[in-house]
Design a protein around this ligand. Sequence first.
Ligand SMILES: [Mg+2]
Length: 152
Amino acid sequence: MRVPLRVMHEDAQKKILVVEDNPDNRKILVYRLRRMGGFLIEEACNGREALDVIETSPPDLIIMDINMPLIDGLEVTKRVRAMEGPVSTTPILLLTAQVSDDYARKGFAAGCTDYLPKPIVDPKVLQAKVVACLAMRGTTSTREQLQTGPGA
Ligand SMILES: [Mg+2]
């Protein structure tokens, strides 16, 4: 039996939600993701918009700025991890211009999967992290592992 190619393509397409309040940064990020090809990309410009999208049509990956108006990236991360069902395990890649251990620690404590410093200078690093994060979809979050500990 033949499977229509178009349907297969749609099934294979992963949805990435880009959340960034700075329009220039958002544009660059979306442009880079589009160049990688094969992704459906949705955009949100703050945490409130992001939560609306996540609740109505859950993405396969969230790439999100930390510093944003209304609801910041750390708070969105915490709320996603507290959601009911598989959406709570959505991989979250946090972006921050504040490259410090403290920011990384806060991000991981909130439940992010990984983080990327801004500006993103190497598109290959972005691509590697996107692929790695997408592969983690549905697995136990880092936060749960930290909370339950090994062998729990
Ligand atoms: Mg920002």
